[in-house]
Design a protein around this ligand. Sequence first.
Ligand code: GDP
Ligand code: MN
Length: 397
Amino acid sequence: MDLLEHRGKSLFAGAGLPVLPSRVASTAAKARVAAVELGLPVVVKAQVKAGGRGKAGGIRLCRAEGEVAAAAADILAMSIRGQAVTCVLVEQAVEIARELYLAISSSRAQRGPLLIFSAEGGIDIEEVARRNPGALVRTPVDPLLGLCDYQVRDVVAAAGLAPELAGPGGTPAKQALAGAVRALWRLYRDVDATLCEINPLVFTEAGEVVCLDSKVTIDDNALYRHVELKAEAAAGAEDREARARQAGLAFVALDGDIGVLGNGAGLVMSTIDQIAAAGGSAADFCDIGGGARAEVVAAALDVILSMGTVSALLVSIFGGITRCDEVARGLVQVFGQARLDVPVVVRLDGNAAAEGRAVLAGARLPGLTVATGAAEAVRRAVAGAAAQAGPGARREG
Ligand code: GDP
Ligand code: MN
């Protein structure tokens, strides 16, 4: 899950990384008020999950109050790489002395976190890598040892800072940069990120180090342990639908809290109706289609559970060309790796149902129950969701 710049920056601030005072605004008038509160000059920035906003005209420096509303209105009317801009970040502006690049990213090649630093920032890191590979520091971080002092020193040395350069409090610039590198590592680790990128990380004319941009991606598989990010998860519905399409699923997010997965649109729709009739409400419509293999089932669960809004999961399969044992293997594949934090109810009937039930029984997954028939499955899922939500939290009407 990608976070918007302003959300990433609030995580930065919480982790002790230096960010500038800022406000989020959804209208031009609110942007102007924010600018007055913050003090001019300000930078008005489009909040979309895409890089290169600067080049696309989605970032404007405003020196006078009169410029802010017009800049915000222009940006709010934009669409950047297919994403409509619905809010802007109004942030205090600084005089930039130098732009650097700092990131920690999950590297497939390293099979772990990789720290990347460049003394040249503000531009595409891929471009630096091509043009001047020597300017890059790339150092794998051992997830058990954590970031080591020598790695921090490598980064600081590569930055080539003058020893006498110091920020407003007299803190040497080298020390401020080292602190930022360590803070970024702690954040990456603590939020289960797959990417924490600052481009640019800048030194201001006053010798201060500041994160001017943020790009944070959280591992979807870890979202269940970040309740603080659940609102984002719900807001990311469109991304999820795109992901589901890629996996060949028919998926529609709904407002309720019972995740539904079935094979065939008719079965899924009738299951959603049955849930409503039993006093519950469905969180999604997810049809894995006919003949789905274990991988497709795993992808469907990933999409449903990444919503972070599910209190119970109901899997209803009537096996025809879909084999129930394939579905069962998909369930075991997912839940054998990730801890279940919501009750899961499975109904398997039809083709290879007995084999499927045997697979589930053999896996002994805690929190997963196998129901007999669709009606019982629905009843159990609704009861399970109500129990998760807690007494007194039952939906009225
Ligand atoms: P991106 O283009 O989507 O990566 O957006 P960034 O947040 O990285 O901003 C692009 C560029 O805008 C930066 O590299 C800076 O050069 C410039 N910029 C952003 N904030 C400020 C600021 O406070 N002052 C000045 N002078 N420039 C800024
Ligand atoms: Mn940037």
